[in-house]
Design a protein around this ligand. Structure first.
Ligand code: ATP
Ligand code: MG
Ligand code: FE
Length: 350
């Protein structure tokens, strides 16, 4: 089975060709970074127009790299939400057009399900598993019990982790997107223990997260330093921030592991996914936790942590081989929680 995947939910335009034998035949990603950098964040209208301009060419490139034509496809999968709606519409309409013209099944993929199932594309990961989903818009702990079967154990009550990285990077004058820049600055730190930051929710019951206090604490340190940071100040603060986030994530995961093991005595892996999963300090902190808990630990390769279309094609394959597909009147969803039974958190996409 060969599937074309399309991703347009944020500021990466991406197309990929993936097979049900877990072969990534092509995986092209075009970052719109330069379009948005002058504004210090993603501008939805600019993103939608850039997707429209580049998507056709990217699909052609992916097909050429895979050495296939439309006639070789078994299905087309596109991100159907959640995300910036203008971009999602571009991807969904393109996928529907190909599906209609070629009489192919269309699968609308939940972007978060794409992140959630990536580990099964790259590694032998069986259900159930405990997933820490850490991305630009989300921070959740989920028991993944099957395709389409997600039980939310915890979520952030304010900022997502990626968002906290991006805002902290801004405070430190590091630019956008913040995650990779904070990681680089932290690696240069000569005195990573110099700043003490609060550890929100640490030791508290439950598996929820909170990051806005952490960001405020970074701001306070910046103000105390007179608003002007030396390189050493900046690197040491970045290191403190990153270490604190890693510690908080590990603490919340440790609690979720207890609950996961109660519900699933047969066990399962600890999996991390989403853009922030590309952070090496966080990966290594979680690997240590998993080892202590005698759980296998799986983190996708770095380029499949941040947004890409291979994960969308793969999630499409997982659903399609269970007999699922979507009608051509599928309406793009700006919000689409993975666990619709979980209580909504005000202001978050689920
Ligand atoms: P969502 O998946 O929730 O809809 P998104 O698609 O925008 O949001 P992703 O592409 O999955 O998010 O992840 C992007 C986020 O990951 C950004 O906030 C970015 O700063 C963060 N990120 C990327 N690389 C790293 C890194 N090395 N360390 C920390 N954060 C990182
Ligand atoms: Mg992005
Ligand atoms: Fe994402």
């Amino acid at each position: 089975m060969i599937v074309l995947g399309i991703e347009t939910s944020c500021d990466e335009t991406a197309a990929a060709i993936v097979t049900d034998a877990r072969e990534i035949r092509a995986d092209v990603v075009l970052s719109q970074l330069d379009d948005h950098t002058p504004y210090g964040g993603v501008v939805p209208e600019i993103a939608a127009r850039a997707h429209l301009e580049h998507l056709d060419g990217l699909i052609r490139r992916a097909m050429a790299e895979a050495g296939i034509g439309f006639g070789d496809l078994d299905a087309v999968a596109a991100t159907g939400g959640p995300g910036l709606i203008g971009g999602v519409i571009v991807g969904v309409m393109t996928a529907k057009a190909i599906a209609a013209a070629r009489n192919l099944p269309f699968v609308a993929v939940n972007h978060l399900e794409g992140h959630a199932l990536t580990a099964r594309l790259t590694d032998d990961v069986a259900f159930p598993y405990l997933l820490l989903l850490v991305s630009g818009g989300h921070c959740q702990l989920l028991a993944v019990e099957g395709v389409g079967r997600y039980r939310r154990l915890g979520t952030t009550i304010d900022d997502a982790v990626g968002e906290a990285f991006d805002k902290t990077a801004k405070l430190l004058g590091l630019g956008y997107p913040g995650g990779p820049l904070v990681e680089k600055a932290a690696a240069r730190a000569t005195n990573p223990a110099r700043f003490e930051l609060p550890r929100p929710m640490l030791g508290r019951p439950g598996c929820d997260f909170s990051f806005s206090g952490l960001k405020t604490a970074v701001r306070r340190h910046v103000e105390e330093l007179g608003g002007v940071l030396s390189e050493a100040d900046r690197d040491d603060l970045a290191a403190a921030f990153q270490a604190t986030v890693a510690e908080v994530l590990a603490d919340r995961c440790a609690r979720a592991i207890r609950r996961f093991k109660e519900d699933h005595p047969q066990g399962g892996a600890l999996v991390v996914a989403g853009g922030v999963a590309a952070n090496k300090a966080i990966r290594s902190r979680l690997a240590t936790l998993a080892e202590k808990q005698r759980m296998p630990f799986v983190a996708p390769p770095l380029r499949l942590c941040t947004d890409n279309a291979a994960m969308i094609a793969w999630a499409g394959i997982e659903r399609f081989r269970l007999g699922e597909s979507d009608p051509l009147n599928f309406a793009p969803r700006p919000r689409w929680p993975l666990d619709p039974t979980a209580a909504p958190v005000i202001g978050r996409a689920g």
